[in-house]
Design a protein around this ligand. Structure first.
Ligand code: SF4
Length: 433
């Protein structure tokens, strides 16, 4: 396996076995504490909430998707039985199905993935499997939607557990963003025309297809954590300001690195008049940040970095830009999941890495690169709760249904959103600073 590839294309059985062994060892050595005792049980019963993990205390929006019950046999099956059934179904389906695993997905599921990567990499990876009739996305809802937008009409995108959403994406809903947009449009309507739009909407990939379509319709575009600066450059060439949602931290960290003063980055709090701001503040703004965040990355703090530096002098601290600004400022580097992965893969000398991102990814990197010392800045085991909902039982169920000729849990973006959302994604791909 090349260490420079952006995807881990289903690694050899030997490699997988050695990684699994290392993960088991790491789990034994890991601190005994987890953020929730419920993590020890299977995620079958999490009605009306995000379930155990980093976002369990977040407010769950009305209309949150619910996963119907699946046959008892999948709930009762042992790990060995599920393993045998998944492998058998995968073999029967062959090239007709491709399984995608997000970097943050649990190891018991990722081991069956044909590709492992971030959300946009995975959606593009699926396009390389022209023979695939089914794209089984072991990630969260917005990722499956993006794959549906980019895939052919005759390909079915399947999310093994419909309740696997993203608490950050859920923090920006269509009506709230539309209301914000209407208020801003009214506020800026009398500004002098300088050839640029008063405000350009930019959404992080982690949002619903409805919002991707919204930005496409309103002259804006999508960004990822890898290209947020490029996208903001594009937007500043065409607009006087940017409305950035749903992640305030990615917006703030990126704009700050580009020299935008914090005073010109007010926060928009939904359901408050003018988002809780004075009109003058919004007129002077360069980037209006939505009040959204990732509960996984919000757990990191500068104290953890200070402790890592004390315990491991010379440690290289890399954090994800969804972390709060104080954490990014205290770290040595900040970058996307792919950046973190490449930084470790490219390190030629044994190095100590302290990483600020989701625990499953950090443990997997530690297992894959035993020549380095790699640990998560957060000593408590606290996975992304929504990603955690994809249990091997659900994967076995959707695969065996496909073998039987039935497509369950298909994610379909409505036709009226497809076109505009695709425009927003295409603008992102075409964006040049
Ligand atoms: S890690 Fe955060 S942003 Fe990513 S899927 Fe989980 S809640 Fe959403």
């Amino acid at each position: 396996m090349s260490t420079n590839t952006i995807f881990t294309d289903a690694a050899s059985a030997q490699h997988n076995a050695s990684v699994a062994q290392n993960i088991a060892r790491l789990n034994l050595l890991a601190p005994g504490s987890t953020c929730s005792d419920d993590l020890k049980s299977n995620p079958w019963d999490t009605p009306g909430g995000y379930g155990p993990g980093a976002s369990e205390t977040d407010e769950v929006p009305a209309g949150y998707p619910v996963q119907g019950s699946i046959p008892q046999e999948y709930l009762k099956a042992s790990d060995q039985e599920l393993d045998a059934r998944i492998l058998a179904a995968k073999e029967t389906l062959g090239e007709r199905a491709v399984i995608l695993g997000h970097f943050y997905q649990r190891d018991e599921v990722v081991k069956y993935a044909d590709f492992v990567g971030d959300s946009f990499q995975l959606a593009n990876a699926a396009l390389t499997r022209q023979t695939a009739e089914a794209i089984v996305f072991c990630g969260v809802h917005f990722m499956a939607e993006t794959a549906d937008i980019l895939s052919r009409e005759d390909q079915a995108v399947i999310l093994p557990n419909l309740a696997a959403g993203c608490s950050m994406a859920d923090m920006a809903d269509g009506p709230s963003v539309q209301q914000c947009w209407d208020e801003l449009t009214e506020l800026y309507k009398d500004e002098q025309d300088d050839g640029r739009l008063p405000v350009i909407p930019v959404t992080y990939m982690n949002c619903s297809a409805e919002l991707k379509a919204f930005v496409g319709r309103n002259g804006g575009l999508v960004c990822t954590s890898s290209n947020a600066a490029t996208v903001l450059e594009w937007a500043f060439e065409r607009g006087r300001r940017v409305l950035f949602f749903p992640d305030q931290h990615l917006g703030r960290n990126t704009a700050k690195a580009m020299g935008v003063p914090l005073e010109q980055m007010p926060m928009w709090t939904p359901r408050k008049a003018l988002g809780g701001n004075e009109a003058a503040t919004l007129r002077d703004a360069k980037v209006i940040l939505w009040h959204g965040f990732c509960s996984v990355h919000k757990r990191f703090n500068p104290g953890q970095i200070a402790k890592a530096r004390e315990e491991y002098p010379g440690v290289r601290v890399i954090v994800h830009p969804e972390c709060p600004m104080e954490v990014v400022d205290a770290a040595d580097e900040a970058g996307s999941t792919d950046y973190i992965r490449r930084a470790i893969a490219d390190a030629t000398e044994p190095t100590v890495f302290a990483i600020g991102t989701e625990i499953n990814m950090v443990n997997r990197l530690a297992a894959e690169y035993p020549q380095h010392t790699i640990f998560c800045l957060d000593p408590v085991i606290c996975p992304c709760s929504t990603m955690y909902r994809i249990h091997p039982g659900y994967l076995a169920w959707v695969l065996e249904e496909l073998v039987a000729g039935r497509v369950v849990n298909r994610i379909t973006v409505p036709a009226e959103q497809q076109g505009d959302a695709k425009i927003a994604l295409e603008r992102m791909l075409a964006a040049r600073p």
